[in-house]
Design a protein around this ligand. Structure first.
Ligand SMILES: Cc1cc2nc3c(=O)[nH]c(=O)nc-3n(C[C@H](O)[C@H](O)[C@H](O)COP(=O)(O)OP(=O)(O)OC[C@H]3O[C@@H](n4cnc5c(N)ncnc54)[C@H](O)[C@@H]3O)c2cc1C
Length: 243
């Protein structure tokens, strides 16, 4: 199970966001909490970029770290498999396999085999006079995507909303959804004004851009319309006259 710790975050974030919004020109009568909720709801996102969160993410698979890296508006630091010996690495068992003892065992055996292959190559290289560095660099090519890695991840509130909206969706991979859920629970406690209205994209936006790809497991399938349904429902619109 992926582990997530919040290492650091911007304190006084609500005042900072509201203050930035006031510089931009929102009415001074609006209190800070209301101002922040309005910024989030109306998607006036740039003021949210002043607030940062740094997470320590451990016991995550290399597969998950690759997906996380797709979120470019964030800062990523991963444990290097070039500088660490990964003998006896920990690993993630894909959640659906846990329904079957037989398949969990099969998976465990495959990972054991990968561990052995890693160690065998690493040690054989040392025996043949290769340097530690060369041995680590070559042996890491035998690591499976299930192997654990460790991450420090910094992201601003605007980008985090984008991340959560994409990755709390039932279409995200189970390990990613688990990570997104754990991150959501940490940040909503600190800044409910920013995150209370955030969920999967359908929940966040009030319409789901996944359209025909929504699976039966989507909890909002019959409660939140898809984007194409909304467009179809309002009839065909002409482009603005100015175009
Ligand atoms: C269910 C699901 C399935 C997916 N499947 C695949 C897949 O099969 N293959 C795959 O490669 N990825 C896949 N992805 C990853 C997805 O395509 C995005 O790369 C990932 O979710 C990061 O989102 P992002 O670009 O919005 O985030 P960020 O990279 O953090 O970007 C944030 C926002 O900045 C803007 N932005 C960033 N970079 C640019 C740019 N170069 N040009 C213009 N605007 C930019 C965009 O508005 C973007 O939304 C999947 C994601 C999900 C949720």
């Amino acid at each position: 199970m992926v582990k997530v710790k919040l290492l650091r975050y911007t304190r006084g974030g609500i005042g900072l966001i509201a203050g930035s919004a006031r510089v931009s020109g929102i009415p001074p009568s609006l209190n800070s909490r209301k101002a922040v909720r309005m910024m989030v709801e109306n998607d006036y996102g740039s003021v949210l970029e002043h607030v940062y969160f740094t997470f320590d993410i451990s016991e995550m698979s290399i597969a998950l770290s690759r997906e996380l890296l797709e979120h470019r508006i964030a800062s990523h630091t991963a444990r290097s498999t070039r500088y660490h010996v990964e003998e006896g690495f920990g690993y993630v068992t894909p959640q659906p396999l846990k329904r079957s003892r037989r398949l969990t065992k099969l998976f465990r055996q495959a990972v054991s085999q990968a561990r052995e292959n890693y160690s065998r190559l690493y040690r054989a290289m040392l025996e043949e006079g290769y340097s530690e560095e060369e041995a680590r660099e070559a042996a890491r090519y035998l690591l499976p995507m299930a192997a654990h890695t460790h991450y420090v991840w910094t992201i601003n509130a605007r980008s985090l909303i984008n991340f959560l909206s994409l990755r709390l969706c039932v279409r995200a991979s189970p390990e990613m959804r688990e990570l997104a859920t754990k991150i959501y629970r940490l940040v909503v406690k600190i800044y409910p004004e920013i995150f209370e209205g955030i969920g999967c994209r359908g929940y966040t936006l009030g319409l789901c851009p996944e359209n025909e790809n929504r699976p039966p497991s989507c909890p909002y399938l019959h409660r939140i319309p898809s984007k194409v349904e909304v467009k179809a429902g309002r009839g065909r619109l002409k482009p603005p006259a100015s175009l």
